[in-house]
Design a protein around this ligand. Sequence first.
Ligand code: SF4
Length: 496
Amino acid sequence: MTILLSTLNARYTHASLGLRYLLANMGELRELTRLQEFVIGAKTADVVERLLAHQPRIIGFGVYIWNVEETTRVVALLKRIAPQVSIVLGGPEVSYEVAEQPIVQLADYLVTGWGDVTFPQLCRQLLHGPKPLMKIHAGVQPPLDQIRLPYADYSDRDIAHRTLYVEASRGCPFKCEFCLSSLDKTAWPFDLDAFLAELEALHARGARLFKFVDRTFNLNIKSSLKIMQFFLDKLAAQPDDPVFAHFEVVPDHLPDALKQAIQLFPPGTLQFEIGIQSFNPEVQSVISRKQNNDKSADNIRWLREHSHAHLHVDLIAGLPGEDLDSFAQGFDRLVALAPHEIQFGILKRLRGTPIIRHTDAYGLIFDPYPPYTILATDCIDFATMQRLVRFARYWDLVANSGRFANTLPAILGGAPFANFMMLSDWLYAHTDATHRIALDKLAALVAQWLRSRGMAADRAAALIDSDYAGQAHKGRVKTAANAEATPQRQARHLAA
Ligand code: SF4
């Protein structure tokens, strides 16, 4: 008799934090419970075969926007081949708008919201009775000190090969309407000393890559400082075996004390994900996003000039009220601040988020299938949105990848959005593809485009040759000194 906890992760390197929370909180059922993770793209029949090899009595699936379609197929097959196994769903994708979802119709039970308490309770009922009367169980949200921390459930293999997700708090007090965290209304901190003791144990077991999933790491500066000090102490004690920490921060809140701590991190050890989303105040007001744009810009500039933090800044195209010109202005403003990466996302309609209240007023048309990407708005038609989607993909390949670091300024010139859009349209016209373009082919295409824009052939060749992209096929690729602990793209930015 086994309870299985399963999900399809987006990549092998992603270890599911949600499943480990459930495992840690199974109480007396813990001995019966096993984790079985997969990666999207696995064959449905193989997934089902491996799950059934455990002879499970219950299978709990973590369902997310990136795996809902494949998990639906897995559940459909399971219900045909092994109808006696109780299927319980949980996760953000199945916590809202549940009635219309095929996967919910196929499953036996559903836990919406937090599962830490409710999933084990449901399992007890399924194993020992009385049989639950309801299919849908609203997840109980206990005080955080009643939730067992899951970090001991990262295996030695996870520590050696995967990114370790950790959280010092849950929830977010802000209300950006495209974001699921806007429904939280507040943030709840875990006991900081207990949390740091878990980080200490992970570090002692060899963990070096820590990714914080806290929605706003810099809300409570006292806690942020204590966490940063933990990492600074580790860096001071073992400079040759450095830790690497990734945090999500709000851009307009960097008090001096935090800046001082940030400045102490050496290159390749600190990464910030910073949400700007839009620089347009009218769009920000429509989506209820509170952001001081000038202060945000000043802080990004300060981070670039006075710290070694690697900066990933998020922009979203397709927000209600944002036309192409407004987006281009925001993009150019951001490029001028020179973050290492601009994560150019296209708006998605996450289930449960209030953004849909603008559907009629702003002509929002979303793809009905996951990931529910925006297809058109009253400001941006479908064809233009498609160009933006390709822009985002090529931006990732050329700019964010760090493979064209020396060539990029020449591509962007004085009008970054307009010029990169030109390159993007040209690349698509010449390749008919946005994926599976070999790096040497991409390098040759970029050089050809530069020549078509009037650059001398020898200058274009020299520029490309000075980049990772121009070197890769010659086997002469530079790496940063501490590339082992540093994620690959950051290592390339450091080496550039
Ligand atoms: S986008 Fe960021 S700040 Fe806004 S609600 Fe979501 S997590 Fe909070």
